[in-house]
Design a protein around this ligand. Structure first.
Ligand code: HEM
Length: 395
């Protein structure tokens, strides 16, 4: 496996990581990324092979677990009960419980309220221009997921603050201050959720939290999966965090791409356009897997305890799968891309995220027919999320 170096925080890489991915793919399906001291899967085939192979997973194998410093314990206690950090059989139970509440029917009925929300946000925009990341992309996902879960919308500001602070734990080169902020936010979030779940237990509504509580209670008396209160809290926090941050940046990246390429999404073409924006510039670029046993993948050997970074953004630009992969081409043949991952951890919220994109984008472009970029948008230096710092536009 060939070594390759690239600081994940170098500005040229943050602004445009794709030339590095192309160099890495040219070296093989796997490279050794020296800055992370880790193998990285670069091609569509390698990323999918790793994500779909049950001999590799998210949970650390025996002997490789780390005990977080006591000061960070509250944050890792929530992670410990998250389906994203679990493997079967725990993952099957946690994901199964969430899926029983998070159904396609419950997602589909959100469409009119997403369109209405997009309209309201546009009504509230100042004359002439604004930062669309703040005024639109940041607002839609948090309000949609809060409504879906049944959390009052006036909590949206707190949810955003908590979630932003918590995801700060994933950024490259986080500081002690980032950690302290993440732990304080976790404590506030957990306290709020504990009280809220107690309230919904007594007074259930037609919302996702009440349905999750119902699933957890039913499970105790049947063969259905069960959820402890701690797991219920982690699931709701995961849905809120995963449910908004990635969607914020998928909306931001999509609007930027559409404006750069003079494309106008309508109800008819929004699905194809948003799928191509997710392929071309996805909001999440790297997820890692632990290796549990001796394995050989595409001619490369791995041993228990190795870690492999799956480069989703690189898989999406693989010329063996996509013609002219660097070109943004909404008319291209639809081939599944890696933006939502693959295998058992495939994004649980993908149907909701897709609905938000294909509903909110046509409203934005219809209501603001003269929308233009004001300057060149800059990406933020938060490697885990490939998203914009701001998105200034005029209209
Ligand atoms: C465009 C927006 C989104 C993108 C690009 C995205 C991407 C991803 C990816 C790549 C994974 C897999 C991680 C891995 O394999 O290690 C994932 C998992 C997950 N996502 Fe999303 N996501 C988005 C929106 C959402 C939304 C809206 C929700 C929920 C409301 C959500 C909930 C989840 C959950 C619960 C998991 C963990 C699934 C599991 O471990 O079984 N995501 N997402």
């Amino acid at each position: 496996m060939q070594p390759i170096s690239q600081s994940p925080t170098e500005d040229a890489f943050v602004q445009n990581p794709y030339p590095f991915y192309a160099r890495a793919r040219a070296l093989g399906d796997f490279v050794y990324w020296t800055d992370y001291s880790m193998a990285a899967a670069t091609s569509h085939a390698a990323v999918n092979a790793v994500l779909k192979d049950r001999r590799m997973g998210r949970e650390a194998p025996p002997g490789f677990e780390t005990t977080p410093p006591p000061a960070l314990a509250p944050f890792y206690a929530v992670e410990a009960h998250s389906m994203l950090e679990a493997e079967p059989p725990r993952h099957t139970r946690l994901r199964g419980s969430a899926l029983r509440a998070f159904t396609g029917r419950r997602i589909a009925v959100l469409e009119p309220s997403i369109a209405q929300l997009a309209d309201q946000l546009i009504d509230a925009m100042p004359e002439g221009g604004c930062d669309l990341l703040e005024a639109f992309a940041r607002q839609v996902p948090v309000i949609v997921i809060a409504r879906f879960l049944g959390i009052p919308e006036i909590m949206a500001g707190d949810l955003l603050r908590w979630s932003n602070a918590m995801v700060g734990m994933y950024q490259a080169g986080r500081s002690a201050q980032d950690e302290a902020r993440a732990v304080a936010a976790t404590n506030d979030f957990v306290d709020f959720m504990r009280d809220f779940i107690k309230m919904r237990r007594k007074d259930p509504r037609d919302d996702l939290i009440s349905h999750l509580i119902e699933v957890s209670e039913q499970g105790a008396e049947s063969d259905a999966p069960t959820l402890s209160t701690q797991e219920l809290i982690s699931t709701v926090i995961l849905l809120l965090n995963a449910g908004h941050e990635a969607t914020v940046h998928s909306l931001g990246n999509a609007i930027k791409l559409l404006l750069e390429h003079g494309q106008k999404p309508t109800q008819d073409n929004a699905l194809a356009l948003s799928e191509e924006t997710l392929r071309h510039d996805p909001p999440l670029h790297m997820f890692t897997r632990w290796v549990y046993e001796e394995v050989e993948v595409l001619g490369h050997s791995f041993k228990p305890g190795d870690q492999i970074a799956c480069l989703l953004g690189s898989a999406n630009r693989d010329g063996d799968v996509y013609d002219n992969p660097e070109v943004f081409d909404p008319a291209r043949k639809l081939i599944p891309n890696a933006a939502f991952g693959a295998g058992i951890h495939f994004c649980l919220g993908a149907p909701l995220a897709r609905l938000e994109l294909r509903t909110a984008l046509p409203v934005l472009f219809k209501r603001l027919p003269n929308i233009r970029l004001a300057g060149t948008p800059q990406y933020a230096d938060v490697y885990h999320f490939h998203g914009l710092r701001r998105l200034d536009v005029t209209y």
